[in-house]
Design a protein around this ligand. Structure first.
Ligand code: DC
Length: 237
């Protein structure tokens, strides 16, 4: 099926502002937002539930063969269902977060999720957020944005988010964990975190959310109008 609307890839390290930016961007364009981190978290959730650890490749292959992962369209994005159960809210539990990076480094898991992600983006009209969207999943995305921000600022944002949720953690601890995750995501042999050669790199350290969204929106609207003939007025929601 030929693509009928813009496909946007938003990549970058943890805490660079991907999720908020992707969500607001999608809302402004009137298209859904796919957070691929949720897919890696869903697989992690399913493996933990079955008592399987990342160091057991054979059991992981078997579990993937039997795993039913569904994305059901919701108001602005997707709800994630595993084995007939809506697990979306459980994906952000600390236990899942603690193992998602390790699970996402497993080749079998990445291969298993690749086709599923591609099928969802085939027709376009989607903002896809992750680590390898512009490099591996959709190397032909219409617009690729790689968000970066200083480690200290990313840790501050993440700490604020956790703090407001009542999680007791020090800013130093958040910074150390982010650094560890960045290293693991960037050093893994398959689909490491890095910008595509044709990605636009946006440093959000000193930008407000509104500013970063406005900048990407400007690029997106222009591409959308030129390539797909979709003009500003039809986007207004
Ligand atoms: O964005 P997040 O924190 O929800 O992602 C969870 C984990 O999945 C994180 O360790 C990075 C990994 N991930 C990935 O390897 N590739 C993606 N496209 C998205 C997430």
């Amino acid at each position: 099926m030929p693509r009928q609307d813009i496909l946007i890839a938003i990549d970058g390290p943890a805490g660079s502002g991907k999720s908020t930016t992707a969500r607001l961007l999608a809302r402004a364009l009137g298209v859904p937002h796919l957070n691929t981190g949720a897919l890696y978290r869903a697989v992690t959730w399913a493996l933990l539930k079955r008592g399987i650890w990342p160091g057991e490749p054979e059991r992981i292959s078997e579990a993937l063969d039997a795993l039913r992962l569904e994305l059901r369209p919701a108001s602005e994005g997707f709800r994630v269902w595993v084995d007939g159960q809506d697990v979306t809210d459980a994906l952000y539990q600390p236990e899942v977060a603690a193992h998602a990076s390790e699970v996402s480094a497993l080749p079998a898991v990445r291969a298993w999720l690749l086709d599923r992600q591609r099928a969802l983006g085939e027709a376009g009209g989607l903002v896809v957020e992750g680590r390898d969207i512009g490099t591996v999943v959709f190397p032909d995305a219409d617009l690729k944005v790689f968000l970066v921000a200083d480690l200290r600022e990313r840790a501050r944002r993440r700490w604020q988010e956790l703090h407001s949720q009542g999680v007791e953690i020090s800013p130093e601890q958040v910074e150390a964990e982010l650094r560890k995750r960045d290293e693991r995501d960037a050093m893994r042999p398959i689909a490491p975190l890095r910008p595509a050669a044709d990605a636009r790199i946006l440093d959000t350290t000193t930008l407000s959310v509104e500013e970063q969204v406005a900048r990407i929106l400007q690029w997106a609207r222009e591409i959308r109008r030129i390539r797909y003939g979709i003009a500003e007025t039809s986007e207004a929601k």
